[in-house]
Design a protein around this ligand. Structure first.
Ligand code: ADP
Length: 403
């Protein structure tokens, strides 16, 4: 069986998936796994695509102290116990900076360029690159592909890609990138099959997970995002504040005496739903809580989504469909109902029976705008990009040999 390994590495966990690939580049998910608790209580867990448990085992802390060690444990488990040796590895890399508008085959030069963007995604980039570097060092012949959360947004018009700051900063990379691009790309590719009537039109996609953003699609292309230079902007998220007057950051530094590192931790870890509720960043807990702060955090989350729907509808100069995706968007009918109420002025009217069963189309037949729930699949998108670059490289190699 030919397989592709997809890796999504964070600070304390490495998530991975294996896809079987056939001669026609068709992909079939085989398993999902993760090594979490890196440096604290490491654990390898994996399930077949069907959900059946394949592994659930703890490791001593000194066995898995960092991301490369976690990947090494997952790789040897795959190789030795499942006899899986992937043809290629696709990695999720949060920031492709201004350079990359599509996935890229990785070599040492690419890694060096991507390291420049570490300050732009301080909680992610370094960890995303760690497994790439260790595989390059240990398996230099193994093809690796970096797939970026920013790439899908790289063709935004200059007005959407810029801040009103001196142009020299734009040139050095201070731009409104946008994130969750692999998720939006997956949805854009799914729309012609799932919602052919609107796929060529103006669509807002709301990716509502622990990180949350919204994207404006015109004919399947991203033209605007609620996120910008970093993944802090836009909607309120689990632990990030979303849109914030930069004056607040100045206040934290100058009046409160916080260091840049403290401000960074505060903005990425202590704000959003967690900061507002003072209790939790988990939407499930907030929805059942009787605490008024929890209720307010949910109200704020929904209110901002309504506001940004207006922003994106203005960018699109109208709206033909609205799509929910990711953990909250796919699973919470309660949140979708509340957002639906905020979108009434755009003509949205939800069918509560369809909404309650997470149906594909959750709007009423007479709704001015159809509303969909489409589960996203960023890992499949990464696997597709990886196979496509691998096949291209092979056909180049074959044609060079033939000539
Ligand atoms: P990420 O991949 O960014 O970690 P997910 O897309 O998995 O995030 O989304 C995680 C979020 O989805 C959490 O806030 C979680 O509470 C929320 N979530 C998952 N299922 C439900 C549900 N049934 N109702 C409300 N929120 C949910």
């Amino acid at each position: 069986m030919d397989t592709i390994l997809v890796v999504n590495a964070g600070s304390s966990s490495v998530k991975f998936q294996i896809f079987a690939v056939d001669a026609n580049a068709r992909l079939d998910r085989v398993l999902k796994g993760q090594v979490d608790g890196i440096g604290s209580r490491p654990r390898l867990r994996a399930t077949r695509a069907s959900g059946e448990t394949l592994a659930d085992r703890a490791y001593p802390v000194e066995a898995i102290m960092d991301v490369p060690a976690a990947l090494a444990v997952a790789s040897s488990w795959l190789r030795e116990e499942l006899r899986i040796t992937p043809l290629a590895v696709g990695h999720r890399v949060v920031h492709g900076g201004p350079d990359y508008a599509k996935p890229v085959a990785v070599d040492h030069g690419v890694v060096t360029r991507l390291e420049r963007f570490e300050p732009l995604a301080p909680l992610h980039q370094r960890h995303n690159l760690a497994p790439i570097k260790s595989l390059l060092a240990n398996y230099p012949a193994l093809p690796q592909v970096a797939c970026f959360d920013t790439a899908f947004h790289r063709r935004h018009d200059a007005v959407a890609d810029s801040y009103a700051i001196p142009y020299r900063l734009y040139e050095e990379g201070v731009r409104r990138y946008g994130f969750h691009g692999l998720s939006y790309e997956y949805i854009a590719r799914a729309l012609p099959t799932l919602a052919p009537d609107v796929a060529g039109g103006r669509v807002i996609v709301a990716h509502l997970g622990s990180g949350a953003s919204m994207c404006a699609l015109r004919a399947g292309r991203s033209i605007e995002s609620t996120m910008g230079f970093t993944a802090l902007d836009g909607l309120a998220m689990g632990t990030r504040p979303g849109q914030l007057d930069p004056g607040v950051v100045l206040y934290l530094i100058m009046a409160k005496g916080m260091s840049p590192d403290e401000v960074q931790t505060f903005l990425y870890r202590d704000c959003g739903l967690k900061g507002l509720s003072g209790a939790s960043n988990d939407m499930r807990e907030l929805l059942v809580s009787h605490d008024p702060h929890a209720a307010f955090s949910v109200e704020y989350f929904v209110y901002r989504i309504g506001l940004f729907a207006g922003f994106l509808a203005a960018a699109l100069e109208g709206l033909d469909a609205f799509v929910f995706t990711a953990g909250i968007g796919e699973n919470s009918d309660a949140i979708r109902t509340r957002i639906g109420d905020r979108l009434k002025w755009l003509g949205v009217s939800l069918d509560e029976t369809e909404n309650a069963r997470n149906a594909l189309k959750i709007s009423r037949p007479d709704s001015g705008i159809p509303v969909y729930v489409i589960p996203t699949d960023e890992e499949r998108m990464i696997a597709e990009h990886t196979v496509s670059l691998l096949w291209t490289a092979r056909s180049h190699a074959n044609s060079e040999r033939a000539s």
